[in-house]
Design a protein around this ligand. Structure first.
Ligand code: G16
Length: 552
């Protein structure tokens, strides 16, 4: 495609997707997020960018339209790279540039990118696979992405309503010539359920483990999709589904879903309050999951991403040791939000190395790839496990080689089945749920046994609205605040007054807020510390609206 023939691109851009708003967009933690009405031109331009990325990488690229845990009127878009990773960081800056440039400069920006990356094959009919969540604005925004893809003569493949992790899975299937699986929803369900049933066998309940889970679908795609899974799983796992309201009900993520449960430590509406019943919630695009239960006094007990990570890492470590392949490494990746008690448990009890990185799956995934078995989870329930090809090959060799002890070969076989159960491409609520259920079943545990592994430090998460959240900058995996000047000193001084106190602040990459995290010996102290730090942020970083309330 010669530059002169980009006429369609600019005609479309000007006529159908003009940039009407002044708002400066930023490709954040998980792409662009905003009110859906702000996003027409951004979607169109991400269609263009995806084609250029696909031509540059000579591979299929994914585009997911979702605002995940955000409210229903919002929407967003994230670009998925060939191996299922989030868009490479150097291209995030290009995405931001594409989203913000005025219509008249769009042509120059495209040419700049083509030149910078020497994209010569502008005639290639590259594929861009597109998925969307259940938001009412998503079909319209999908059309904008598809028009962008078509305008640069790419081939859009619309998968309709899918979970974010399903879209990542399709991208990887296509780019591995289907070695990772069939790039269809049916292929996805088949891969997961076959592995799950194979590991579980015919013994559905075991010890204190029961084969029933109460599932909160957040009134989103996670509810829609689990219906298929339920059928395929049959009696092996009974999923009682709640919060599966129809599209456009306005209830997406409202008082339910993984983010609500984790952030507010609050039992979701719509799920029956049955004491000691094992419950889980997914978020609006089904890439996060948290577990919880109500005790006899109706107190909620949360088993979040940290608990999930420790459960999985411990189980995998045990099997890895049993394989006898001693050189394989295992590591766990967390963010600053990880509960201090979990980090201590992993380090001192499980003896597994822990790394701390910045928020955002791209950072965790990248770090996890440095191990043969890399377990990564954010405390909010976003995570998965990745295995090196070396580990997979060694295990496959050992299964076939009869000179090794049968126990070692069986451990390898088990791990290989677990790998099929895991969506290695990205955090996946559905696959994570099946993995957690598999481990609880193998351990013969109920949810209180799982909780008994260690005791969380009480913690509190708060949000503060400020005029410009970018005035807050951080370093050391977001644990230290660099600007505004003096804020970190104030935080240190507040923290020093609390037993087991810890706190940090960071600008959100998905909402227009500053997040404040605090933990301490008691819940009252954690609440107070969080509120005091939130007040400092409000005072020193240009707070707007009502000031945070600090308990006396
Ligand atoms: C996204 C990211 C997560 C991140 C979360 C909150 O999740 O994928 O890695 O933890 O946003 O990010 P922030 O604190 O920067 O707003 P999701 O589920 O919304 O896509």
């Amino acid at each position: 495609m010669a530059n002169s023939s980009y006429r369609t691109v600019y005609a479309f851009a000007r006529e159908m997707y003009p940039k009407r708003i002044k708002l400066e967009m930023q490709y954040g933690t998980a792409g662009f997020r905003s009110k859906a009405s702000n996003l027409d031109h951004v979607m169109y331009r991400m269609g263009l960018l995806a084609v250029l990325r696909a031509r540059y990488k000579k591979a299929v690229i994914g585009v997911m339209i979702t605002a995940s845990h955000n409210p229903e009127p919002d929407n967003g878009v994230k670009v998925v790279d060939p191996q299922g990773e989030m868009l490479e960081q150097s291209w995030e800056a290009w995405a931001t540039k594409f989203a913000n440039v005025v219509d008249e400069k769009l042509e120059d920006t495209i040419n700049e990118l083509i030149k910078e990356f020497d994209i010569g094959n502008m005639g290639d009919r590259v594929e861009v696979v597109i998925g969307r969540d259940t938001r009412p604005s998503s079909p319209h925004l999908t059309k904008a992405v598809m028009d962008g893809v078509l305008a640069l003569a790419g081939k859009p493949i619309d998968y309709g309503i899918v979970t974010t992790p399903q879209l990542h899975y399709f991208v990887v299937c296509k780019n591995t010539n289907r070695r990772y699986g069939q790039p269809t929803e049916e292929g996805y369900y088949r891969k997961l359920t076959n592995a799950f049933k194979k590991i579980r066998g015919n013994n559905y309940t075991c010890g204190k483990y029961t084969n029933k889970v109460l599932y909160d679908g957040a009134n989103g795609v996670g509810a829609k999709k689990v219906k298929y899974l339920k059928e395929a799983l049959g009696e092996s796992l009974i999923i009682d589904m709640y919060n599966d309201e129809i599209i456009g009900s306005g209830k997406l993520n409202y008082l339910c879903g993984a983010d609500h449960v984790k952030t507010h430590q609050d039992f979701p509406v719509g799920v029956p309050r049955i004491p000691n019943a094992r419950c889980c919630s997914v978020d609006g695009d089904a890439d996060r999951i948290v577990y919880y239960y109500l005790d006899d006094k109706e107190n909620i007990h949360l088993l979040d991403g940290d608990r999930i990570a420790t459960l999985i890492a411990d189980y995998l470590r045990e099997h890895l040791t049993a394989t006898g392949i001693s050189e394989l490494t295992i590591g766990l990746v967390q963010t600053a939000y990880a509960n201090g008690a979990s980090t201590e448990y992993i380090t001192n009890h499980l003896n597994i190395p822990v790394a701390c990185v910045s928020t955002g799956i791209k950072h965790l995934h990248h770090q996890a790839l440095t191990y043969d078995v890399g377990v990564y989870f954010e405390a909010n329930g976003h995570g998965t496990v990745v295995f090196s090809n070396y580990a997979k090959d060694r295990m496959k060799d050992r299964v076939k080689n009869e000179s090794f002890p049968i126990q070692q070969r069986e451990a390898c076989e088990k791990l290989l089945s677990l790998i099929d159960l895991i969506n290695e491409t990205v955090g996946d609520a559905i696959s994570d749920m099946l993995l957690i259920e598999t481990i609880l079943h193998a351990r013969e545990w109920d949810i209180t046994d799982w909780e008994a592994c260690y005791k969380d430090l009480p913690n509190r998460l708060m949000k503060v609205s400020v005029k410009d959240r970018n005035v807050i900058t951080t370093t050391d995996a977001e644990r230290i605040c660099q600007t505004p000047d003096g804020l970190q000193d104030e935080i240190d001084s507040l923290v020093s007054r609390y037993n087991k106190g810890r706190s940090f602040v960071r600008p959100s990459g998905t909402e227009d807020v500053v997040r404040v995290y605090a933990e301490a010996k008691s819940q009252e102290e954690a609440n107070k510390l969080a509120a005091e730090v939130a007040m400092k942020v409000y005072e020193m970083a240009g707070g707007v609206g009502t000031a945070p309330e600090v308990p006396a």
